[in-house]
Design a protein around this ligand. Structure first.
Ligand SMILES: Nc1ncnc2c1ncn2[C@@H]1O[C@H](COP(=O)(O)OP(=O)(O)OP(=O)(O)O)[C@@H](O)[C@H]1O
Length: 324
């Protein structure tokens, strides 16, 4: 998915953690892009490499991670960027919203002061009054009254805290927001409210959003395009509605069936689960990594690694799609 006007591009990115127990290949040859103002989702079960992929955007991977390939932000490789450029990229170019705002916010500082911090850092010339005004606007943008700036994190609900995290991510007017499971810790109603805030913001402010979630139905609602990861690789990508309602890869199909659409009540109460567990990255199955769990596997699947075949619009990596 390479193009010239991309905001973000992962180009054949691989990340391997070096540990005492051996190498852990967390991300394997991922190529994926986000255009300006576009909303792209990355789906997959726990351990498939989603957070590792996201961390590389701001070069937040730990020193034990060996990274190959490129992560281009507006054409410049984040992995080789000088420190000054990286500091500008963080917050002002791209910013992150993580899950579990309670742990990310400082419990003894008012939330307004925390939202103001990146603004002070990136625009040191601004007066306190201007910054306070900006903080109030940011809170209102995420649906909180400006006076909540004076609250401490424990005085806010989980959903309100997550909105504060989104306000903070917007503080320096980034072109890209990376949201890693931003609603996972919230109950379903609050989850829907926070997702609506995100949805409105990306269309109003025209920022790009890379949204990471294990729940394909959440991504289907929010995203233009979705990439599905399994064992560190992208195994399918395409328009969000197509990947969710008409998946090509048996894993994407199983994932879609595990998270039926919120309106599909019958399926919601009887979701067809995905049997088995994702593989240990240190002991990946031969051939297609998904073959031991795949209901449609055939004799070639345990010896041939399927390539991602298709085009920029739609592609999948499955031998079924290669069969004559
Ligand atoms: N610092 C690390 N050192 C060694 N292995 C790691 C490290 N961080 C992650 N891993 C391993 O890399 C693989 C990918 O992890 P990652 O957190 O990127 O997946 P994920 O899809 O985001 O999962 P989750 O949704 O549970 O966070 C996993 O097998 C994980 O155990």
């Amino acid at each position: 998915m390479n193009g010239s006007a991309q905001l973000l591009e992962f180009d054949d990115l691989s990340v391997t953690y070096r540990t005492g127990g051996g190498d852990v290949p967390a991300v394997r040859g991922v190529s994926l892009s986000v255009a300006a103002g576009e909303v792209v989702g990355v789906a997959g079960e726990s351990g498939c490499g989603k957070s590792t992929l996201a961390a590389t955007i701001l070069r937040l991977q730990p020193p034990s991670a060996k990274v190959t390939g490129r992560v281009l932000f507006e054409g410049e490789d984040v992995l080789t960027m000088k420190w000054g450029a990286l500091r500008t990229l963080r917050w002002a170019g791209a910013s992150m919203v993580f899950q579990g705002a309670l742990h990310s916010l400082n419990p003894v500082q008012r939330v307004g002061a925390q939202i103001a911090e990146p603004i002070r850092l990136h625009e040191p010339g601004l007066s306190d009054k201007t910054i306070d005004g900006r903080v109030g606007e940011l809170l209102e943008q995420v649906g909180l009254p400006a006076v909540r700036a004076r609250a401490y994190p424990h005085q806010l609900s989980g959903g309100q805290r997550q909105r504060v995290m989104i306000a903070m991510a917007l503080a320096c007017r980034p072109r890209l927001i990376v949201a890693d499971e931003p609603t996972t810790a919230l109950d379903v109603m609050v989850q829907a409210q926070v997702l609506n805030v995100l949805k409105d913001l990306v269309s109003d402010l025209d920022v790009g959003l890379l949204m990471i979630s294990h729940d394909l139905s959440v991504l289907a609602d929010l995203c233009d395009r979705i990439a599905v990861m399994y064992a560190g690789r992208v195994i399918e990508h395409g328009p969000a509605d197509k990947v969710f309602t008409d998946p090509l890869h048996p894993y994407a199909a199983a994932l879609a069936a595990s998270f039926p659409h919120i309106g599909d009540l019958a399926a919601r109460y009887a979701p067809s689960g995905l049997p088995g567990d994702p593989p240990d990255p240190t002991e990946l199955p031969s051939g297609c990594s998904f073959h031991p769990r795949c209901p449609q596997r055939f004799e070639d699947c345990d010896r041939v690694v399927p390539e991602l075949r298709g085009d920029d619009t739609r592609a999948a990596a499955c031998l079924l799609l290669e069969a004559p």
